[in-house]
Write a protein that binds this ligand. Structure first.
Ligand SMILES: C[S@@+](CC[C@H](N)C(=O)[O-])C[C@H]1O[C@@H](n2cnc3c(N)ncnc32)[C@H](O)[C@@H]1O
Length: 223
């Protein structure tokens, strides 16, 4: 299974470990605001409401699961592109590995009183109680998290999700040229991701490998 993961331009590859994720995104914030005409960090990757494939993803993997009763948690909230949709939930925990990102979301949604903010070390969800979250969502984050770290994160996700909860994770798919060409993409693919998810006590209830040209999506629930 791992053999095919080595087909990418291996000598140029970097490992997007936690340190890389801390420095890369923190540096990218001032760069993005200087280089692009954006109101919110993340819009330079596509405003959700104006980008057809993001609309498809949102309408299938996010909107059906948000509601005022749901206690939600977003991993890697960044500048809040998806927080915008998740904030209608009863409560929302915004998790990020970079404090600068949590500050962006705090500022953007300052009027909300249902948001909590958690700074992760990279695979943990400190202060989030066991079985306290109904929906966990993450987009454009696990594409940069390598499989062993994904496995550690899944254990934490299993700890905090309720028995009837649902989890949506968008992850790197090295079966696709788009991932192979991107040096910062993790060495993951749907076969490996399925194995990690199933070994962590979940069953996959929906999957997609068509929406994105460098990544795939899994929705899964506790077994
Ligand atoms: C490419 S940005 C995407 C932000 C947002 N999800 C979006 O789609 O606009 C990646 C975000 O994930 C965060 N991040 C990277 N590794 C992380 C980790 N291990 N746990 C939580 N957040 C992480 C980064 O700090 C950054 O905010």
């Amino acid at each position: 299974m791992l053999g095919s993961l080595h087909s990418a331009t291996e000598k140029n590859r970097i490992v997007p470990d936690i340190e890389w994720n801390k420095t890369t995104w923190t540096r990218n914030v001032p760069h993005a605001f200087k280089s692009f005409d954006i109101d919110n960090y993340g819009d330079h990757w596509g405003k959700v409401e104006e980008t057809p494939h993001l609309i498809n993803f949102r309408d299938r993997f996010l909107l059906p699961f948000v509601s005022p009763e749901v206690r939600a948690l977003e991993i890697g909230s960044g500048g809040g592109r998806w927080t915008e949709y998740l904030r209608v939930c009863n409560s929302l925990v915004c998790v990020d590995v970079n404090e600068v990102m949590l500050d962006l979301v705090r500022e953007r949604f300052a009027e909300q009183d249902n948001l909590d903010f958690v700074l992760t070390e990279g695979t943990d969800l400190p202060g989030v109680a066991d079985s306290s979250i109904d929906l966990i969502f993450s987009h454009d984050v696990f594409v940069h998290v390598d499989p062993l770290e994904v496995f550690d994160y899944l254990a934490e996700i299993r700890r905090v999700i309720t028995d009837k909860g649902t989890v949506v994770i968008h992850y790197a798919d090295q079966d696709k040229v788009g991932a192979q060409k991107n040096k910062g993409f993790a060495r993951n693919n749907p076969r490996l991701m399925r194995a990690l998810i199933e070994h962590s006590g979940f069953e996959i209830v929906d999957e997609d490998s068509n929406i994105f040209n460098h990544s795939s999506v899994a929705r899964f629930e506790p077994r």
